[in-house]
Design a protein. Structure first.
Length: 93
């Protein structure tokens, strides 16, 4: 490698430095994105666990409340629509 660096002209050295730095920047950016993805996934998992726990608690409370208060209300009876046709509107022009 030492012989290659000595035989390179200044333009080649500059280009090599640029591409080496570019490669390092890309690797650093990939590492940062990976850390951010992991942090987001951990946060999402935590929030999901909290939501599921809350839903389970709410479900237990609703079941307990339903067991304590028996349903004595009669079901609502729907009235059937009348068999008569609607009145016709007469419009004169």
């Amino acid at each position: 490698m030492d012989n290659d660096s000595r035989s390179q002209n200044p333009a080649q050295k500059s280009a090599q430095k640029y591409f080496t730095k570019s490669g390092q920047d890309e690797a650093a950016a990939k590492e940062i994105r990976k850390k951010e993805r992991n942090a987001t996934a951990a946060k999402t998992a935590k929030l999901r666990a909290l939501r599921l726990a809350k839903e389970a608690t709410d479900r237990l409370e609703a079941d307990k409340l339903a067991a304590e208060t028996p349903s004595t209300a009669a079901p609502k009876v729907r009235r059937r629509a009348s068999a008569k046709p609607n009145k016709l509107l007469r419009i004169s022009y």
